[in-house]
Design a binder for this molecule. Structure first.
Ligand SMILES: CC(C)(COP(=O)(O)OP(=O)(O)OC[C@H]1O[C@@H](n2cnc3c(N)ncnc32)[C@H](O)[C@@H]1OP(=O)(O)O)[C@@H](O)C(=O)NCCC(=O)NCCS
Length: 191
């Protein structure tokens, strides 16, 4: 009897999936040794044009951001690591709010790694982490109208458009609309 129970416990244990593990990526803490690579991948105009930080900053700026995330209890930031152990991007849940049980999602993937499913998998894994580990009940994000790749990735995970801030951001010489998207815990699309 005892050995039966022990066997079942072992099986159950193996079925439990780490909240940080996706299909193609895993989320892990950002280490100081990652900062140079993060700075290189992030300050690519093709990446940063979709984000609110428009101009390159030195490594010291990336370090200051990383240190700030560690001091801020309302922010969880992760390195996104592909199967082979390569850092492909960064994602975060910010402004975590205990009363409303919501947070704001941010993500970028380095250009050499686009369109391989990493972004979708990272967003799904990060939202699962938010719902299962942080007790969130919704996740919000903002995406520019000029970012169809991002909008597609978010839709695949279950995000729905909830509104639009017209001409909210100045990108590449013109103003673009910022689209609000939201995901409720029960709408997360698992594979
Ligand atoms: C947005 C981003 C995170 C998506 O990550 P990714 O790994 O490239 O995305 P995925 O490969 O998981 O999915 C991209 C989807 O968009 C589709 N796509 C690519 N280009 C597209 C386009 N021009 N129009 C419509 N869909 C497009 C892909 O085909 C794929 O969909 P599919 O799986 O149905 O074929 C990443 O491209 C990125 O970091 N971009 C720059 C920074 C950024 O935009 N951050 C988010 C700000 S809100």
């Amino acid at each position: 009897m005892l050995s039966d129970m022990a066997g079942h416990e072992h099986e159950d244990f193996r079925r439990v999936r780490s909240p940080f593990q996706g299909e193609r990526i895993r989320l892990r803490p950002i280490e100081q040794d990652d900062l140079l690579r993060i700075n290189e991948l992030f300050w690519d105009p093709e990446v940063s044009q979709h984000l609110s930080l428009a101009w390159p900053e030195p490594l010291a700026g990336t370090r200051a951001w990383w240190e700030g995330t560690q001091r801020n209890p309302d922010t969880m930031a992760f390195a996104i690591e592909a199967g082979g152990g390569e850092l492909v991007g960064v994602c975060s849940l910010e402004d975590a709010d205990g009363r409303n049980r919501g947070a704001v999602l941010g993500i970028w993937i380095g250009r050499p790694f686009w369109d391989q499913g990493f972004g979708t998998d990272a967003v799904r894994t990060l939202c699962r982490f938010g719902f299962v580990e942080m007790n969130l009940q919704r996740v919000t994000l903002w995406v520019y109208e000029t970012n169809p790749r991002g909008r597609r990735a978010y839709q695949k995970v279950g995000f729905k458009e909830e509104g639009r801030r017209r001409r909210a951001n100045f990108v590449g010489g013109r103003h673009v609309d910022a689209i609000a998207m939201g995901l409720l815990a029960e709408d997360l699309v698992e594979l």
